[in-house]
Structures are given as C-alpha cells and as structure tokens.
Design a binder for this molecule. Structure first.
Ligand code: C5P
Length: 218
C-alpha cells in the first residue's frame, strides 16, 4: 500500500544518459543506466501522479507512464522538456545529461587514418537551470552525482540552479548500480537515506518531494 499523496499531480521526469553523435555511428555518452529515473517514475505513478517521462537511450523495461518521450541527444531532451513543462506541476531532473556535445556532427562515417584527430566540444544547454529560472516554474528537483565532497558540491548546485531540493549521491557507487545511499538537501538542511535498493529509495524521495511540494503550494 502506498498513499496517493500526488493524486493527479502532473510530474515531468528526465531519465537516463544522453548520447551526442560524432558521426553516423559514433558518439559520446556516460554510464547512467536510467534505473534511478525509472524508479522515480514508478514511485510517482504509485503516488497517483500523472507522469511524463523523457528518457535517453537505455535498455530497461519502462513503467506504464502516461506519456513516454524517447530522445537521444541533450538538444532533443531540451526540446521535449520545453514542450511539456508548462503542463507540469513538478519537474524531476534525474537524467545524466551530457554537459558537452561535438561542435560538428558528421552525417557520414569518419574515415580512420594514422593521424591524431581533435574533437571540439561545445557546452550543452542546462535543462534544469532553464526550467528553474522560468517565470512560473514547476516545483524543481535536481539530482547530483559527485565523486568527492558530495554534499558540498550538491548544495552549491542547488543554490546556483535555485532548486528547492537536490538529491545527491556518490557517482562511483550510484552510476549503473542497483543500490545507492542518498543525501536530500533542501532549505531545512540535509536528510540521509542509507544505502538501499533504488526502488525503495525512489519511494522515500517521492514522499519527501510530495511533502515539500505541499508546503511550497501553501
Ligand atoms: O551540473 P550537474 O550536471 O551536476 O547538475 C545535475 C542536475 O542538473 C541533474 O538534475 C541533471 O539532470 C541536471 N542537468 C540538466 N542539464 C544539463 C546538465 C545537468 O538538466 N545540461
């Protein structure tokens, strides 16, 4: 049994990695499995929310969300989020978005030669920062995976991106695994969730989000 504390709330979630093409067959990505994003989507559904999931390339079965938008690149994820954000009450940015993309994306397969080649990377848009700075933003939740000074860096991100809540974890322990320990950082301070299965963690995170959201709505 789970209380329907998000009954009818429209929740927009990003999940998984993004993939930035170099040419028609090659590209840059990261080791995000999408497990946490999918677990968050499942927990939001169980809490009664209407869920839209924008997801990068992953190999896992999807929960029965109300709307599933599959994308590849960060720019595609950004476009999908822009389309959906005005009809969302809560935005949970779980995706491990690529911070950079190749300046050039070739529409043919680059030929191998003996010479060194240089890849020029340009910054991607920060989707969460864009959403959080809209004039009437949804309630925004970020995720932060760090390899050191986890809490400090995550809190800096929360402040910089003006988020009511950020969920921090250790990148080495969390990326691509089934379990993680989490730190929830909000205006009241820090809350520790000891190492557990991502599905169990997602339910706790969702309960915390629902509590803050209700307070925020006043
Ligand atoms: O800055 P950093 O990537 O560590 O911030 C993490 C948070 O920002 C995550 O919630 C992630 O989904 C989001 N993000 C984003 N667009 C980016 C980079 C990160 O939405 N280009």
């Amino acid at each position: 049994f789970q209380p329907k504390y998000l009954d009818g709330r429209r929740v927009l979630i990003t999940a998984g990695p993004t993939f930035e093409a170099i040419d028609t067959v090659r590209g840059l990505t990261n080791r995000s499995s999408g497990k946490m994003g999918l677990a968050i989507a499942q927990a939001a559904l169980a809490a009664g929310a209407q869920v839209t999931l924008v997801c990068g390339p992953i190999c896992l079965p999807f929960p029965a969300v109300h709307k599933l938008i599959r994308i590849v690149s960060t720019e595609e994820m950004f476009a999908a989020v822009k389309d959906e954000v005005s009809s969302s009450d809560i935005f949970i940015s779980v995706a491990a978005v690529a911070d950079y993309r190749p300046a050039e994306q070739h529409s043919f397969k680059l030929k191998k030669t003996a010479a060194d080649i240089t890849l020029t990377l340009i910054p991607n848009p920060d989707i969460l920062q864009y959403v959080a700075s809209l004039s009437n933003p949804p309630f925004c939740v970020g995720f932060a995976a760090e390899t050191d000074a986890v809490q400090q860096y995550a809190e800096e991100k929360r402040k910089r991106k003006k988020l009511p809540l950020i969920v921090a974890n250790n990148a080495v322990e969390a990326i691509g695994t089934n379990e993680s320990a989490l730190i929830l950082l909000d205006d009241d301070g820090s809350h520790y969730l000891p190492r557990a299965d991502k599905n169990a963690q997602a339910r706790l995170v969702m309960a915390h989000i629902a509590g803050l959201y209700d307070k925020h709505k006043g």
